[in-house]
Design a protein around this ligand. Structure first.
Ligand code: THU
Length: 124
């Protein structure tokens, strides 16, 4: 599956976004190294800060199936990921990030280029 196909899948998934407050529909799709593909959407709440981004939804779905950091190859997103989701993408060791730029082109990044000098929890 190409990065563009992963973004197109995320765009189809975005139709299921629950975003009645912002009306901003976001979709994200993850390709696991074993070939499984997951889709996620943003899920908002009337208590605004409790809403969840599409990237966190899709990674949580994969986690719920037992996948762990290192098991995920790539994520495709309908738009550029927010800062907090970049930290999630770092934690889950995605190898590639693809998203649709506002000009319609497909962006491709390694996570380290989206979040340089990453923070990690020091060994206890
Ligand atoms: N949103 C995402 O789902 N992912 C991002 O990376 C940026 C923002 C959602 C959160 C909220 O539901 C809506 O977009 C507007 O901020």
């Amino acid at each position: 599956m190409t990065g563009e196909e992963l973004v197109e899948r995320a765009e189809a998934a975005a139709e299921n976004a629950y975003a009645p407050y912002s009306n901003y529909l976001v979709g994200a799709s993850v390709l696991a190294k074993d070939g499984r593909v997951y889709d996620g959407v943003n899920v908002e709440n009337a208590a605004y800060p409790l809403g969840v981004c599409a990237e966190r939804t899709v990674i949580s779905k994969a986690a719920s199936d037992g996948l762990r950091p290192g098991d995920l190859a790539a994520i495709g997103i309908t738009a550029s990921p927010c800062g907090g989701c970049r930290q999630w993408i770092h934690e889950w060791q995605l190898e590639r990030v693809y998203f649709r730029r506002e000009d319609g082109s497909i962006a491709e990044y390694e996570p380290g280029d989206l979040l340089p000098d990453t923070w990690n929890l020091p060994e206890q």
